[in-house]
Design a protein around this ligand. Structure first.
Ligand code: NAD
Length: 298
């Protein structure tokens, strides 16, 4: 029975352990590794906000499976170029970079056009760029509200509206929006972020319904806390706003909500991503997938 399952769904797998273990390993180990959901080689992915954190982990996961990747995000240009080149060399799959600012609709449209021009198609769009600001609502600076809504929510609309016609013409596409547990539940002092992420979850449902008959899916991944720069930066802010130590923030604010009391890892997120973008993910549509250790079940 298991042999039959393996033959049809994990054709290249040496052993089941080899399939699942590799999500926890580094790029070199992932290179050439078998995938349970089939090959993605030759597909084209654009990942917004992929110069660090979750976006970079997703870029690595796709690139080492032969996907042609367009990176995007802020940061030191020389460092971004060095990382881009190193990834390309390690995986052998072409990697490009576009510097679109996610607050600018014209730059977002130009970035989508760039992906198609460079690689001739666009199979996977991951709307991942995001920022945070932690402050009580009465003190929340309006410019921070506008910035968070623009980057975390409005950019998802602009990238999606530019990508859908390309995907419709291909009769295939995968849109994955990186929302958050905060797309499903709230926490105090994060009014803009929670509003934006709830918006992303709603937008995901609507787009999923619109594209369902075109071979396209649109889903949201809702991670709990992952230790990335966006979280590291919050620890000090939360400590200040709540009047507690940074250690207490991690223990009593962040991981208190996460029943596993563990940060979510990059590999746990890319495992789900690989399923959603594969052919096996064709019926997973217009949905939000929680990867939060059980946080939002409470
Ligand atoms: P991160 O700070 O490491 O990455 C954010 C990325 O967005 C960076 O590449 C940054 O350059 C880019 N970015 C920011 N402003 C931009 C702009 N104006 N234009 C273009 N790019 C811009 O943080 P992360 O934790 O990897 O966050 C990635 C996504 O995951 C975000 O949408 C975030 O809300 C979401 N998320 C993170 C966590 C977590 O605990 N880390 C949990 C749930 C959801």
């Amino acid at each position: 029975m298991f042999g039959w399952f393996r033959k049809h769904f994990m054709p290249e797998a040496a052993t089941p352990a080899a399939v699942f273990d590799e999500y926890g390993d580094d790029v070199e180990t992932k290179l050439g590794a078998a995938d349970p959901w089939g090959s993605l080689k030759g597909q084209v992915a654009l990942i917004t906000g992929s110069t660090s954190g979750i976006g970079w982990a997703m870029a690595e996961a796709l690139s080492c499976r032969g996907v042609k990747v367009v990176l995007n995000g802020l940061g030191d240009r020389a460092e971004i170029e060095a990382n881009r080149r190193a990834l390309e060399v390690r995986t052998g799959a072409p990697v490009r970079y576009h510097d679109a600012d996610m607050t600018d609709p014209d730059e977002i449209a130009a970035m989508i056009a760039f992906a198609r021009k460079e690689f001739g198609r666009l199979d996977i769009l991951i709307n991942n760029a995001g920022v945070q600001h932690v402050e009580a609502v009465e003190d929340f600076p309006p410019e921070q509200w506008d910035r968070i809504i623009a980057i975390n929510l409005t950019s998802v609309f602009h990238a999606t509206r530019a990508a859908v016609p390309i995907m419709k013409a291909q009769k295939r596409g995968r849109i994955v929006n990186i929302a958050s547990a905060h797309g499903l539940v709230a926490s105090p002092f994060k009014s803009a972020y929670v509003a934006a992420k709830h918006g992303v979850v709603g937008f995901t449902k609507t787009v999923g319904l619109e594209v369902a008959q075109h071979g396209i899916t649109c889903n949201a991944i809702c991670p709990g806390y992952v230790m990335t720069p966006i979280v590291k930066n919050q620890i000090a802010d939360q400590a200040r706003t709540r009047g507690i130590s940074e250690e207490e923030v991690v223990k009593t604010v962040m991981l208190a909500a996460q029943p596993t009391r563990q940060f979510v890892t990059f590999d746990q997120l890319t495992g789900l991503l690989l399923y959603l973008v594969s052919d096996a993910g064709a019926s997973a549509n217009a949905s939000s997938f929680s990867v939060d250790g059980g946080w939002t079940a409470q």
